[in-house]
Design a protein around this ligand. Structure first.
Ligand code: C5P
Length: 235
């Protein structure tokens, strides 16, 4: 299979960010004076081979239109859904007629503003000839505990062979669309695209990325993201 082929990107940005709990949804929190989603879109737009970036938005979102990137010719918006998988499926649907089944789609969390160009390239190069597709991920470094009742440790989970799944995740348009439709149809809750592909009996490729491609989930992640982006500006 060719490493070439056309590429599209999808950014699910319709979450409410309940674990973050800020005044505004976390994708619009400011980091170094710039909204999280703006950093995220700029990272994807820097890859010129991506033809279009589709952003799935929550109903009534009035902040997106104020981002500079919203006016870019390669950026378009679509309605999100109640689950992340529905937001991504909607974005894929909005590419119908433009994207072909064999085209690549890179799905990237709105809440991951620290994506490096080198990681994006590593994914494209690492997966571009794969028959299934794959994702950026990092081997687990910490010791893992399974929590039992009363906030006590039930057991230690061996970390050998465990990776933290990140984004972008890159799959063929037709395959990803089918995989998500099946999960939505069966009401199977998947928290990333790879899980939908796995549910079809396929095994996505793990491409080692950098641990600083963090997802903003908890309030303390904002300071971390600011430090990462500030350090990069100094590099
Ligand atoms: O909540 P979590 O951080 O796992 O969300 C990951 C990404 O999925 C975020 O960018 C969020 O905006 C998006 N999402 C979505 N639609 C939902 C829920 C989450 O687009 N219904």
């Amino acid at each position: 299979m060719s490493a070439e082929g056309r590429r599209w990107a999808v950014v699910p940005a319709a979450g409410r960010g309940e674990r973050f709990g800020g005044r505004v949804p976390k994708q619009y929190e400011r980091i170094l004076g710039r909204p999280v989603l703006s950093w995220t879109l700029a990272a994807l737009l820097a890859e010129r081979s991506i033809r279009r970036v589709v952003v799935a938005l929550a109903e009534g979102d009035r902040r997106f239109g104020r981002l500079g990137e919203a006016g870019e010719a390669r950026v378009q918006a679509c309605p999100g859904g109640a689950e992340r998988s529905i937001s991504v499926a909607n974005a894929l649907e909005s590419l119908a007629g433009a994207a072909r089944d064999e085209d690549w789609v890179l799905v990237h969390d709105a809440a991951r503003p620290c994506l490096r160009t080198t990681d994006l390239r590593a994914l494209i190069d690492g997966v571009g000839r794969d028959s299934v597709g794959g994702l950026l991920a990092v081997p687990v470094g910490e010791t893992l505990k399974r929590a039992g009742s009363n906030g006590r440790v039930d057991r230690t989970v061996p970390r050998d062979g465990l990776w933290r799944a990140m984004t972008p995740q890159m799959f063929r348009y037709g395959l990803l669309k089918r995989a998500l439709a099946l999960c939505i149809d069966r009401e199977r809750n998947v928290t990333d695209e790879a899980a939908a592909i796995e549910a079809m009996g396929l095994r996505p490729r793990l491409v080692r990325g950098r641990g600083d491609n963090i997802k903003i989930t908890h309030p303390e992640d904002r300071g971390l993201a600011a430090a990462i982006l500030a350090a990069r500006a100094r590099e």
